[in-house]
Write a protein that binds this ligand. Structure first.
Ligand SMILES: [Zn+2]
Ligand SMILES: [Zn+2]
Length: 173
């Protein structure tokens, strides 16, 4: 399987690196990095100071050449009635998106011995693997350790691992 990463706007090299490493290791995929795309102005909501997540999925779907394509952005995203999303994907779709904006937040009461940059890198990898998982047909998993567990806040992101549980793994193989 080939997965293309489509950076949208100014995405730090470290984020691109984490994203491609994670996809490669979990899905055994060939990962390609596309040139950066400009932010989709029409998807910007000035009142909210956020972008509509769907527009990034459309963009990744248009410019990506992979069987699966994932847009990565540092901008804050919203979707329908949700105030913000870490990412978005349509089940079994061709493309998805991850935003690193809210992944920088400090977890309330989270216990970790890792540095802030390590915690952030872990979250980026988990959310990228999560959204690609949705495009491969995986739904949310009840297993709190599974990367496909639903994470409304960074707290749940920190609890889960960056891999699929056995059940999810068998579903995509
Ligand atoms: Zn999800
Ligand atoms: Zn699972």
């Amino acid at each position: 399987m080939r997965v293309d990463i489509v950076p949208v706007g100014d995405v730090p090299a470290a984020v691109k690196r984490e994203a491609s490493t994670a996809i490669r290791s979990v899905y055994d995929a060939d990962v390609s990095m596309q040139p950066a795309e400009s932010l989709p102005d029409r998807a910007y909501d000035g009142r909210r100071d956020q972008y509509r997540a769907e527009a990034f999925i459309e963009l990744a779907s248009d410019v990506g050449n992979g069987e699966k394509n994932i847009a990565v952005t540092t901008e804050d995203l919203f979707y329908r009635r949700r105030n913000y999303v870490f990412g978005l994907a349509y089940l079994g779709g061709k493309a998805s998106v991850v935003s690193t904006y809210r992944l920088r937040m400090t977890a309330d009461g989270g216990i970790t011995t890792k540095s802030a940059s390590e915690v952030f890198a872990d979250r980026v990898r988990k959310e990228v693997v999560h959204e690609v998982g949705h495009t491969l047909g995986l739904e949310h998993c009840e297993n709190k350790r599974c990367v496909m567990n639903f994470s409304p806040t960074v707290r749940e992101v920190d609890v889960k691992e960056e891999h699929l549980c056995g059940t999810c793994q068998r579903t995509v193989l």
